[in-house]
Design a protein around this ligand. Structure first.
Ligand SMILES: Nc1ncnc2c1ncn2[C@@H]1O[C@H](COP(=O)(O)OP(=O)(O)OP(=O)(O)O)[C@@H](O)[C@H]1O
Length: 210
């Protein structure tokens, strides 16, 4: 049995807006090789939780550890890849330029190049298309290519299936499966149907505060 600490652990994590509780206190952990499925109705705080974990919002209380260490800014920057609702792309760069730019900024997964990632997500032929000219689903695929290229072990995926066709849903699942096989972990939010990838999965149910 391994004594490795969880890749992500949260204790007593609580978040409120204008003194109105959004979630918590929550305690959960996810090990390398596991997925954590964050479920809950619209407005139950799933996006807020992921933003807190990513360091984009500050929790009111609680602790977050990454790989057994307090999640300081530099550690989060290295360890976390966040896929939000909006594709964080540079609209006036081409698809390939976007990926190259991000690899220059954050480094890249060993053995992977932007060109391979374009092909993996089914965007071969769109290398020179400006990001703003891509459809919503194509932008999502480009964000998935960016995710795939990230060297970060911990994926925070907010509604990763949104805007994707069936093949895109399978693509997300294959990516999650491969990432976990390589020792990564993934948190995924969903408010409904979930096309579960066949991986070891923990569940976290959020309930909308009264
Ligand atoms: N920028 C904001 N300012 C004020 N309140 C907000 C803001 N963003 C979210 N909220 C509120 O916080 C609560 C949790 O929202 P959140 O987006 O985290 O829920 P969610 O579970 O991700 O919902 P959905 O399934 O609809 O995406 C909701 O009551 C929402 O109205």
């Amino acid at each position: 049995m391994s004594n490795a600490p969880p890749l992500l652990a949260a204790r007593g994590l609580r978040f409120a807006r204008n003194e109105q509780p959004v979630f918590g206190p929550l305690a959960f952990s996810v090990d390398a090789g596991e997925a954590l499925l964050v479920q809950g109705d619209n407005g139950s705080g799933k996006t807020t939780l992921l933003r807190v974990l990513a360091g984009l919002l500050r929790a009111d209380e609680g602790e977050i550890d990454i790989d057994g260490r307090p999640a300081a800014v530099a550690l989060r920057a290295r360890a976390i890849a966040y896929l939000g609702h909006l594709p964080a792309l540079k609209a006036d760069l081409t698809a390939l330029e976007n990926l190259r730019f991000l690899c220059g900024l954050h480094g890249r997964r060993r053995g992977q190049l932007p060109e391979n990632a374009m092909s993996i997500v089914g965007l071969s032929g769109y290398e020179d298309t400006l990001a703003r000219q891509l459809s919503a689903g194509q932008k999502k695929r480009l964000s998935l290519a960016r995710l795939w290229l990230s060297p970060a072990p911990l994926w925070l995926l907010d509604e990763p299936y949104a805007n994707l066709d069936l093949e895109g849903i399978n693509l997300v699942n294959r990516m999650v499966q491969a990432h976990l096989r390589e020792g990564g972990a993934a948190l995924l939010t969903t408010h409904g149907a979930y096309a579960a990838p066949p991986v070891r999965t923990r569940m976290l149910e959020l309930v909308r505060a009264a």
